[in-house]
Design a protein around this ligand. Structure first.
Ligand code: 3PG
Ligand code: MG
Length: 403
């Protein structure tokens, strides 16, 4: 079924519209280090404000434990929104308390308010549907419509994502609509060759997507910390590199399945091994079947794919017509171990076809490495959400919008 879009809400002039955004941005000492998600939310906010709606934005930030914590305040986001929109944004110091009431009552047509972090209220993420519904009802009070535009959270069955969409007339915002347009092109007859590049530290986070994608892709490229579980599954020693022993059997199954299906499974042939997990650690490149023979012996830690692998990955990516990438190839935050991630990002910018960067962390990585958003076909604002979308999982936040 098609998702309900903004136009299904009718004329919103003078109406109070709640909008769930995903303003879960990385912060360092109170400064936003990657504002991608805020920028991505502007088209919908502008569309609502220009119609003369009274817009009340809600979001989570980080994972506070159901009580206020200063470091998870959305106040820096409110200030950044003001700068980006060029108009004042009222900020409420609570979510459904007195301050939120005060801010909501004062709001005029065409004005925006942002409420404090939803996850300061334990009901937002409660396992108890009745508790979540109670918070949704409080949020909905006095509002005429709900717009769901936090694509990064549509995989969460949480009060502001799931119950709230049922408590008010609701529709997807422009950001969610665009994400679905692009990501659907990956699940419905992608142009071939179709390559998926997976990285990041944990295999266990990617099991669902590997399982679902294996029969659907032409090439699967594996980098990041999870590559060592693949190497170990092939019988290679990985010294002190990240290893998920309990996934070895499953990973062996994937390797066999890829062979049966004729899927090209690309594993690194060389890796950068370091003496320790540190930006200035001594390091050297070794063949991926000789990690234990590095000069660091059993204490060597693989922190990036090597240059031969990076070149092979780049070729495999450039030669594809559809590419999805989630997860860095190495510890890109450290210059010495950023080359693999950089090479993959660069290759994605050169794809003749659709190249999608999936995920909060991968998106932050490409920006940190100096790439621009429009170098890529699409940068998804959802990490877990885009992976679960590709897995074909049930997404409560979309289901509630008629998807
Ligand atoms: C994200 O950053 O992936 C989204 O904002 C969801 O956050 P969560 O994983 O804490 O639910
Ligand atoms: Mg996440």
């Amino acid at each position: 079924m098609a998702i309900r879009t903004l136009d299904t809400l009718g004329d919103l002039a003078g109406r109070t519209v709640l909008i769930r955004c995903d303003f879960n941005v990385p912060l360092q000492d109170g400064e936003i280090t990657d504002e991608g998600r805020i920028v991505a939310s502007l088209p919908t906010l502008r569309a609502l404000l220009e119609q003369g709606a009274r817009v009340v934005a809600i979001s989570h930030l980080g994972r506070p434990k159901g009580a206020p914590e200063a470091k998870y305040s959305l106040a820096p986001v409110a200030r950044r929104l003001e700068e980006l929109l060029g108009s004042p944004v009222a900020f409420a110091a609570d979510t459904v308390g007195e301050d939120a009431q005060r801010v909501r009552i004062a709001l005029q047509d065409g004005q925006l308010a942002l409420l404090e972090n939803l996850r300061f209220d334990p009901r937002e993420t409660s396992k108890d549907a009745a508790e979540r519904a109670a918070l949704a009802a409080e949020l909905a009070t006095g509002a005429d419509a709900f717009v769901s535009d936090g694509f990064g959270v549509v995989h969460r069955e949480q009060a502001s994502v799931f119950e709230l969409a049922q408590a008010l007339p609701s529709a997807a915002g422009l950001l969610v609509e665009r994400e679905l347009d692009v990501l659907s092109r990956l699940t419905e007859s992608p142009e071939r060759p179709y390559a998926v590049v997976l990285g990041g530290s944990k295999v266990s986070d990617k099991l669902g997507v590997i399982e679902h994608l294996l029969p659907r892709v032409d090439r699967l490229l594996i980098g990041g910390g999870m590559l060592f579980t693949f190497l170990a599954a092939q019988g290679h020693g990985v010294a002190a590199s990240l290893l998920e022993e309990e996934q070895l059997e499953r990973v062996r199954g994937y390797i066999a399945q890829a062979e049966e299906l004729g899927v090209e499974l690309l594993l690194p042939t060389d890796v950068v091994v370091a003496e320790s997990f540190a930006a200035d650690a001594a390091h050297e490149t070794v063949a991926s079947d000789a990690i234990e023979q590095s000069r660091f012996g059993a204490s060597g830690i693989g922190l990036d794919i090597g240059p031969d692998s990076a070149a092979a990955f780049a070729d495999a990516i450039r030669g594809a017509r559809t590419v999805f990438w989630n997860g860095p190839m190495g510890v890109f935050e450290m210059e010495a171990f950023a080359a693999g991630t950089k090479a993959v990002a660069q290759a994605l910018t050169e794809v003749d076809g659709l190249a999608v960067v999936g995920g909060g962390d991968s998106a932050a990585a490409v920006r940190q490495l100096g790439f621009a958003d429009d170098d890529f076909g699409h940068i998804s604002t959802g990490g877990g959400a885009s992976l679960e979308f590709l897995e074909g999982a049930r997404l409560p936040g979309l289901e509630a919008l008629g998807w």
